[in-house]
Design a protein around this ligand. Structure first.
Ligand code: GTP
Ligand code: MG
Length: 460
């Protein structure tokens, strides 16, 4: 599936700043007609003989004799630009009406409205960045924690791309050696040669496996850690949810079955995004609305990174249902023993014993005791070595591609062990190389590109 490189002749424009009131707005233009658009819409305050690239000019955006706004504008000659094409940036006064009017003027001069992510897509198509770096631009814009920002920045500066390139070099070397063996079989290649290739493949395989191991962690840093709060009615799920997020968001009453729909809120804990969902909990109910809520909870439990199972030591329960839920999700469950402000000490101890196989946190949603320790444990998996210098993968697409590469390398190694013909080993090496090209976008289908860039905002 060779990538359809559509670098169109048309010139695109968009507002690159957020909607709403602001001190400044930016309208961006990219494409062949950019200079013409610039000359048509911009009237400099002082006469300019010839505009220089990468220079700011003060003047007005005009339509005939009408001045739309007084602006600063810069024309950038390709290819030393973000997109690799001629570009124009107009710094307008903020406020949606002004920015919109400037955009309309630019469109009237011959540009068309850009699609989502089209500036970055053009940058990618012009070889200004690979697909991994383009994805990281999106991650950087969306990053709302320090850790996510650092991870995105590492990927933009090429930490992951360099890793992919180094694997690529190794495999090309292996491939070249295999080709010599294929083309000159009479040279009687000694087993040591094949053994050397096996070592190189093994080294590449180990590195791929190592980076694959970063997926869960890196995904958590990018998206946040999702935790779903479950438990029997009235154990204090909504109270705990409110205590964690620091505001009264979920309704709390002494009546069991208060929460039906689920509520999602994020908190930042030591630079890590934790996303909590308060649910109707899991219980038996014949009441239709409650049943829907409970079914939703089951789905949420399957999708969450962490399950916060809330139990109430004052309720006199034997925790049978809770224990079977916890056992079904053993690696992901943490148990919050709530209401420790009013529960008798022996009941708290009995509850701890019942859940001895799990991480247990005595807490009180009322006094907030123990909540820090609970959050600290939940955030644990997202605390890891500095992501800046280490290649990490944070998208399912990356994981799938690396898994494919890992399998192909493994197969190649096995084939060498079985003394297979070099032609057959080469097929597996080719397959791994194809996976690497897929990752960097060297060969990627149009559909995948469409999907990646559709997540961007217009104007980036
Ligand atoms: N003393 C004390 N009371 C609590 C605590 N947590 C919750 N409660 C009380 O327990 C009752 C139920 O609390 P909720 O937060 O609504 O419980 P829930 O698990 O969300 O209940 P449902 O949504 O009905 O399943 C309320 O009266 C709360 O005030 C706690 O830590 N200490
Ligand atoms: Mg509730």
């Amino acid at each position: 599936m060779k990538q359809t490189t559509i670098i169109t002749d048309d010139t695109i424009a968009a507002i690159s700043t957020p909607h709403g009131e602001g001190a400044l707005g930016i309208v961006r233009v990219s494409g062949k007609k950019t200079h013409r658009v610039f000359q048509e819409v911009f009237s400099p305050a002082k006469p300019v003989k010839r505009y220089q690239s990468h220079r700011l000019y003060y003047g007005s955006i005009v339509d005939g004799t009408t001045c739309i706004d007084q602006v600063m504008a810069a024309f950038f000659k390709g290819d030393k630009t973000y997109t690799g094409e001629d570009m124009l940036e107009i710094f307008t006064h903020g406020g949606s009406s002004v920015v919109n009017a400037v955009l309309q003027r630019v469109l009237k001069a011959g540009a068309r409205l850009a699609d989502r992510g089209e500036f970055t897509r053009r940058a990618f198509l012009h070889g200004k960045m690979d697909l991994l770096q383009a994805e990281a631009v999106l991650d950087l814009i969306k990053a709302d924690t320090d850790s996510a920002r650092r991870q995105a920045m590492g990927q933009i500066t090429g930490v992951l791309s360099e890793f992919i390139t180094s694997i690529q070099h190794k495999l090309v070397q292996v491939k070249t050696n295999l080709e010599v063996m294929i083309d000159f079989p009479e040279e009687d290649v000694s087993p040591v040669d094949l053994f050397d290739l096996k070592f190189m493949l093994q080294a590449a395989h180990d590195e791929v496996t190592h980076v694959l191991g970063s997926y869960e962690y890196a995904k958590m840093v990018r998206e946040g850690i999702s935790s779903v709060i479950v438990g029997r009615p009235n154990v204090g799920k909504s109270s705990l949810f409110n205590a964690i997020i620091g505001e009264t968001r979920a309704i709390v009453t002494p009546h069991p079955g208060t929460t039906r729909d689920y509520i999602v809120e994020a908190v930042h804990y030591e630079g890590i995004k934790l996303v909590f969902t308060d649910t109707a909990g899991i219980r038996h109910s014949e009441e239709p609305v409650e049943k829907i809520g409970i079914d939703m909870t089951r789905t949420l439990v399957e999708q969450a990174d962490t399950i916060v199972l809330v139990v109430d030591p004052t309720a006199g329960s034997l925790y049978e249902e809770e224990l079977s839920l916890a056992q079904a999700h053993a690696g992901a469950t943490v148990v919050a023993i709530n209401k420790t402000d009013i529960a008798p000490a022996d009941r708290i101890e009995q509850t701890k014993t019942a859940f001895r196989d799990f991480s247990v946190f005595p807490v009180s949603a009322v006094t907030r005791d123990g909540i820090g320790a609970l959050l600290n444990t939940i955030a644990g998996p997202a605390r890891a070595p500095s992501p800046e210098n280490t290649p990490v993968i944070n998208r399912h697409r990356h994981k799938q591609a690396l898994e494919h590469i890992g399998l192909a390398l493994h197969a190649a190694i096995n084939l060498i062990d079985q003394r297979a013909f070099p032609e057959i080993v080469a097929e597996e090496v080719d397959s791994a190389l194809a996976g690497l090209k897929d990752l960097t976008g060297e060969v990627t289908s149009r559909d995948i590109l469409d999907k990646i860039f559709s997540d961007f905002c217009i104007g980036k």
